[in-house]
Design a protein around this ligand. Structure first.
Ligand code: GDP
Length: 354
């Protein structure tokens, strides 16, 4: 097997209670992927980070794994605290293909942990749970970046017992909320049982396991969702509407299907009539080596899913976070406007319910 070019990168979001470690987890995934960089550099997108398959395999220390994977990597949405996060949708579901629910193993479930579980259940999004901050367990002997079991086996007996006690409290809480779960290495069927991975976003322990389980889930349960038409019209979801100096109102979006080009006509969801406008510029972040260049962004002529980008175009003021963006042609314009209008209604129903 090898990477299948007809499959796009799965989109992953990290959810959980404030301070339980969402930002730290994303930072660790970004940082460690940069460090292991030679095998495939990570790419910073607007609002997202792409970790290529080579980098994940490298981090897991077994090059033979490369032959097992057919998805090109994982695209993590970077904006966990975003107000529109819970309403980010794609056609017929949540924008994210997969989710990670993070819970502080020392604090247990909090209101936003439970809210995240409800949202995922409602959208039928496959997810795993990470029990974070294991390094804070009294007496923990940190093993930087190690797979969980390798680290667990190096802990003293009472530290392991202490982890087990806290860990099974998380399993118990999941059960109370209607989810059967177990430690990820004991789960045979991830569709019926939620895998829980003890990690530390601080030391990186358990993060190789997390990346592997996410890839496994993507390949087993999402393959049909990930087929896309690279040449088809671009479709995406707005992450944020932002003023940028020299550019006016711009939108940051995740494109999850097709291609979007400079000059394309797009239809964008808004609270009123969907906006029809023409893409003035498609913008990507500059890479580190280009940091001295004055603009933060560089223009490209076209992009293909899945990718996080910024768009500059006239009349974007009323664009709605969580709303859709679709490329239209003169022939499809009327239909596309109707699609976008009905997608905005779905987002509003969701927001009203949450
Ligand atoms: P967020 O609000 O969910 O994004 O949480 P943050 O990532 O900002 O983390 C909240 C606090 O917990 C910060 O002070 C982090 O340094 C700390 N933190 C996050 N993960 C870990 C961890 O694995 N171990 C320890 N010891 N601290 C952590």
């Amino acid at each position: 097997m090898a990477v299948n070019e007809n499959l796009r990168t799965p989109i992953v979001c990290v959810m959980g209670h404030v301070d339980h470690g969402k930002t730290s987890l994303l930072d660790n995934i970004r940082g460690s992927a940069v460090v292991s960089g030679e095998a495939g550099a990570i790419t910073q997108h607007i609002g997202a980070t792409e970790v290529p398959i080579e980098s994940i395999v490298d981090k897991c220390g077994d090059p033979g794994l490369l032959n097992k994977f057919i998805v090109p990597g994982l695209l993590f949405i970077d904006t966990p605290g975003h107000h529109a996060f819970t309403t980010l949708r794609s056609r017929g579901g949540a924008l994210a293909d997969l989710a990670v629910v993070i819970v502080d193993i020392n604090e247990g479930f909090k209101p936003q942990t439970i809210e995240s579980l409800h949202i995922l259940k409602q959208h039928k999004t496959p997810f795993i749970v990470v029990a974070n901050k294991i390094d804070k367990i009294h007496g923990w002997n940190p093993q930087k970046g190690a797979p969980f079991l390798a680290s667990y086996n190096k802990q003293s007996e009472h530290v392991r017992a202490s982890l087990d006690t806290k860990f099974y409290e998380v399993i118990g809480e999941l059960y109370n909320h209607g989810f059967s779960s177990d430690r990820y290495d004991r789960v045979a069927d991830f569709q019926h049982n939620i895998g829980v991975i003890p990690i530390s976003a601080m030391t990186g322990e358990g993060i190789p396991d997390l990346l592997m389980v996410l890839l496994g889930l993507a390949q087993r349960f999402l393959e049909s969702n990930l087929h896309y038409d690279a040449e088809g019209p671009g479709v995406g979801t707005v992450l944020e509407v932002k003023e940028e100096r020299g550019l006016g109102t711009t939108i940051d979006l995740i494109l999850y299907d097709g291609t979007l080009r400079k000059g394309d006509t797009i239809v964008v969801g808004s609270l009123g009539e969907p906006i029809q406008t023409k893409v003035r510029a498609v913008l990507k972040p500059r890479v580190l080596s280009e940091i001295n260049v004055e603009d933060k962004f560089k223009q490209v002529s076209k992009v293909t899913a899945a990718i996080g980008i910024k768009i500059s175009a006239p009349n974007l003021d009323g664009a709605l976070s969580g709303g859709s963006v679709r490329v239209a042609t003169p022939e499809t314009l009327d239909t596309v406007v109707e699609e976008v209008r009905s997608e905005v209604e779905d987002v509003q129903i969701d927001t009203d319910q949450s």
